[in-house]
Design a protein. Structure first.
Length: 155
């Protein structure tokens, strides 16, 4: 795993920077004909986990981008709790991934576009750990367009 330090004190610029990297992960999924969602986990300005959807490759409904990134981050730090970390994910997490984030006790989740049908917000906003800070809409248009284009080609 390569580590990348980000040297910028502007929180908005930092969120955009890391969301662009999550989008790169989503494009890897797209290249493999997977639903194009990407995620990275950042701790103290370094990427400690990354992932993209691999449900088709693994024939596993739990192989979502967030789950891959959580597993990768836990292996990197040698522990299951991600309290001081931020998850950047291109699309609002589903109920399963929101629930998994609860167990990691992740400090912050930043997502790009809403997922009106399957996103956790429309189901139950209490799925996150009480200390988890949620921020949405970062590069929402760019993140959403990948999904729209992907599903338009499938229909």
């Amino acid at each position: 795993m390569s580590f990348y330090n980000f040297e910028n004190t502007d929180p908005e610029e930092e969120d955009i920077h890391y969301m662009k990297l999550a989008l790169k992960e989503a494009k890897k999924a797209l290249a493999e004909d997977e639903i194009p969602i990407g995620a990275i986990v950042v701790s103290k300005n370094r990427i400690i986990g990354r992932g993209y959807n691999l449900t088709e490759r693994f024939n596993d409904v739990t192989a979502h981008a967030e789950m891959q990134a959580f597993t990768s981050a836990a292996q990197t730090i040698g522990g299951k709790y991600l309290r001081d970390c931020t998850l950047y994910v291109t699309i609002e997490p589903c109920v399963m991934c929101a629930g998994a984030s609860y167990w990691t006790q992740i400090g912050r989740i930043v997502y790009g576009a809403r997922e009106e049908k399957r996103g956790f917000i429309s189901k139950n906003t209490n799925l996150l750990h009480p200390k988890t800070v949620l921020k949405g809409g970062v590069m929402a248009e760019e993140c959403g367009i990948l999904m729209k284009d992907f599903f338009a080609k499938k229909r």
